[in-house]
Design a protein around this ligand. Structure first.
Ligand code: UT7
Length: 330
């Protein structure tokens, strides 16, 4: 039994200034705007420039989240950063962010590795610390610089991914009916190589050979992931609704991983959600992996698409394969 509610006290996001449009990609690979828009819904994405990196995006998103939660970095008890494009292999991006935020107390900080599901995994994790009474304020960030690991000679992947960061402050409330009410985490390690980066880890450390073979770039079996994605997103949504006895009418907004407009449409239509109840910004940012749900959530909260008292469902899936959902009373 939860002793406290874990609610979203504030949110923030940050995207780099530089735009990468479909027309820009037409100059790099054999593709065209019409194909990309029809198959994915993406019109442009953002890309970091020199001097920008995962932690710089995370920092700006985190500062905005702290501001909107009306707390300072010194009020935090824990930092979790979900990312598959960490600043360094070690130390964690969360530790680097703690330093950049200027947190004076030596609070815990760690990264979550669950690819595109990472932010929802992190929210579910953070909620445990708050609901048990261990911690009061936790910063949860999803931040990515996917353009640094995307192969701009591979049209099957380079059209999809972009950079960005989103953050929330999860805080304790005595009202246990508020905040994260249910979650589901799942993984199927059997299909790990459907979406992976072959080299740069302990199996294949960086070498002249791995670089020549382009093995530091993201590889994806798009067609297979597509099938998995539609099934998994539908199933996760169904479970998220059932866990709190909700119908589509009770839910104000679905905030899905911005993966592909067709996948989002197909899963949400199956579960009875009209378009206006599904938050989409993939047209402007593409797929930003772990950043995608918090980036969408921050835009949804700031635009008034959802607010205090509303039920929302966050749902994501990605490499691992992993999937996750969270049913939240804002
Ligand atoms: O965040 C985590 C996970 N990632 C995903 O969830 C990705 C899921 N998959 C997808 O979103 C889609 O599979 C893609 C957008 C990657 C591809 O769309 P698709 O409708 O599944 O296309 P396809 O791979 O079945 O390819 C259809 C055709 C092929 O040509 P042929 O064999 O029919 O002649 C491809 O070679 O489209 C071709 N194609 C392209 N054409 C123009 C593939 N990529 C492109 C491209 N531009 N960028």
């Amino acid at each position: 039994m939860a002793r406290f509610g874990a609610y979203i006290a504030g949110s923030g996001s940050c995207v780099p200034q530089r735009r990468l449009t479909n027309a820009d990609l037409e100059k790099l690979v054999e593709t065209n705007d019409e194909w990309i828009v029809q198959r994915t819904g993406i019109r442009e994405r953002r890309a970091v420039s020199e001097g920008e990196s995962t932690v710089t995006l995370a920092l700006h998103a985190a500062q905005k989240a702290l501001e909107s939660a009306k707390i300072s970095a010194d009020d935090l008890d824990l930092i979790i950063v979900a990312t598959l494009t960490p600043e360094l292999i070690t130390p964690s991006t969360a530790c680097l962010l703690q330093e950049k935020l200027g947190v004076k107390r030596h609070i815990g900080a760690f990264d979550m590795g669950a690819a595109c599901s990472g932010f929802v995994y992190s929210i579910a994790t953070a909620a445990q610390f708050i609901q048990t009474g261990a911690y009061t304020n936790i910063l949860v960030v999803g931040a990515e610089t996917l353009t640094r690991i995307v192969d701009y000679t591979d049209r099957g992947t380079c059209i999809l991914f972009g950079d960005g960061a989103g953050a929330v402050v999860l805080s304790a409330t005595e009202d246990t009916q508020r905040g994260i009410q249910a979650f589901e985490l799942g993984a199927d390690g059997m299909d790990g190589e459907m979406l992976y980066v072959p080299a740069g880890g302990s199996r294949l450390p960086a070498s002249a050979q791995t670089i020549a073979n382009r093995q530091h770039y993201l590889k994806m079996n798009g067609r297979e992931i597509y099938k998995f994605a539609v099934h998994q997103m539908t199933d996760s949504l169904k479970k998220a609704m059932e866990a709190c006895n909700l119908t589509a009418a009770d839910v104000k907004l679905v905030v899905p991983h911005q993966v592909n407009q067709r996948i989002i449409d197909s899963a949400t239509e199956k579960m009875g959600f009209p378009k206006e109840k599904v938050f989409v910004n993939i047209d402007r940012y593409g797929n930003t992996s772990a950043a995608s749900v918090p980036l969408a959530l921050d835009e949804a909260l700031r635009s008034g698409a959802c607010g205090a008292g509303d039920w929302i469902i966050m749902v994501a899936f990605g490499a691992g394969l992993t999937w996750a959902s969270a049913t939240v009373k804002l």
